[in-house]
Design a protein around this ligand. Structure first.
Ligand code: SAM
Length: 285
C-alpha cells in the first residue's frame, strides 16, 4: 500500500476544494483553515455546531484511550481491518474515511494492517470526528492520517470522492455518507450485537434488552444495499475495576444507568465481559 495525502478535502462553508498552503487550507473563495500545532484541521464552522463543545468530552476520550490501549477490543479492530482489506480490490486510488473516528484507534489499526500488506494501491486515510479532544488525541497517534474536526452530517470532502466509509459505534448520517461516497463505494458499520457487554448491562440496568443493530430502511431508501453481515463474539477475560470504569465512562451506559445501577457498578471489582459486535457492509448502488 502506498499512503498518499488526502486530496479531496472541501471547504465546509461552500464545498469548494481546499488547497494546502504552508500551514493552512484555503478555498478559492478565500475561506482559510489553520493546521493546528498537533497536525489536525478544524473544518467545523460555528454554523454546523449544535453545542459549544460537540461530541465526546476530554474525559470520555481519555477513558476510551486507556481502555482501547489495553487491547481488549483488538479482535474487533483486526476483524474490521480484514473486512476493509477484502473490499479494496483493483489498483485504483482509494480514500478511506472513518466517520466518528474518536481517538483514532480503529483507523490506525486499519492503516497498519493495510500498510503491512503487499498490495500496491494508493490509499489516503481521513479520520473525522466532531469532538476536538478526540481529534487532538488521534493526531498524536498517527501523523500520516489526515485528522479533521467536522461533522458526519456534512463531511468536508468533495462529493463522490470516498471509496470506503467506516462508522464504528459512531453517529450514522446516511445523508452525509451518500454525498461523499462514490457509486459502488461501501459503508462499513460496526455496531453492538444483542449480547454486547451483557454482564455489565445486567449490573447497571433493571432490564437487559437483547436488541441488535437498528434497521437500515432509510439507507436502503437512499439506494444503499446490504451486501454482507458478519458477527464477532468473544470474551474479554477478567477486567479489573479501573478498566470497568474506563469502559463505563467511554460509553453512553453510565449516563443512561439509574442511580442504583451506578452505585452497583461502583462496587464491581472485576468482570468477565462478552463482546458481541456486528459488521454490516453496505454498497452505494
Ligand atoms: C461511541 S464514540 C466512537 C468512537 C470511535 N469510533 C470508537 O469506536 O472508538 C462516538 C464518536 O462519534 C462522535 N460524534 C458524535 N456526533 C458526531 C457527528 N455529528 N459527526 C462526527 N462525529 C460525531 C463523538 O465525538 C465520538 O467520538
Amino acid at each position: 500500500m502506498n499512503i498518499i495525502k488526502a486530496r479531496n478535502l472541501a471547504c465546509p462553508i461552500d464545498g469548494d476544494p481546499l488547497d494546502s498552503r504552508e500551514k493552512q487550507l484555503v478555498c478559492e473563495h478565500g475561506h482559510v483553515f489553520d493546521v493546528a500545532r498537533q497536525g489536525y484541521v478544524n473544518l467545523l464552522p460555528v454554523q454546523h455546531k449544535r453545542s459549544k463543545h460537540p461530541g465526546d468530552c476530554k474525559e470520555m476520550v481519555s477513558a476510551r484511550t486507556r481502555f482501547l490501549g489495553s487491547g481488549y477490543y483488538a479482535p474487533v479492530a483486526n476483524k474490521l481491518a480484514e473486512i476493509i482489506s477484502a473490499q479494496i480490490t483493483g489498483d485504483e486510488e482509494s480514500c478511506l474515511l472513518d466517520a466518528g473516528c474518536g481517538e483514532g484507534y480503529y483507523l490506525d489499526t486499519v492503516f497498519r494492517y493495510l500498510g503491512d500488506s503487499r498490495r500496491g494501491n494508493d490509499i489516503s486515510f481521513i479520520g473525522l470526528d466532531i469532538s476536538k479532544p478526540a481529534i487532538t488525541e488521534a493526531a498524536r497517534r498517527n501523523k500520516q492520517i489526515t485528522w479533521l474536526v467536522g461533522t458526519n452530517r456534512q463531511p468536508p470532502v468533495t462529493p463522490g470522492s470516498v471509496a470506503i466509509i467506516l462508522c464504528v459505534f459512531g453517529f450514522q448520517s446516511f445523508d452525509g455518507f451518500n454525498k461523499i461516497l462514490k457509486t459502488g463505494g461501501k459503508v462499513i458499520l460496526v455496531e453492538p450485537g444483542p449480547d454486547h457487554l451483557k454482564e455489565l448491562r445486567a449490573v447497571i440496568y433493571n432490564e437487559v434488552r437483547k436488541s441488535g443493530p437498528p434497521d437500515i430502511a432509510s439507507a436502503e431508501a437512499m439506494g444503499f444495499s446490504l451486501l454482507d453481515t458478519q458477527q464477532l463474539q468473544f470474551s474479554t477475560g477478567v477486567i479489573d475495576r479501573e478498566q470497568i470504569n474506563n469502559l463505563l465512562v467511554m460509553t453512553p451506559h453510565l449516563y443512561r444507568a439509574t442511580q442504583a445501577g451506578r452505585a452497583a457498578a461502583a462496587q464491581l471489582q472485576e468482570l468477565d465481559l462478552t463482546v458481541d459486535v456486528v459488521f454490516r457492509i453496505l454498497e452505494k448502488t
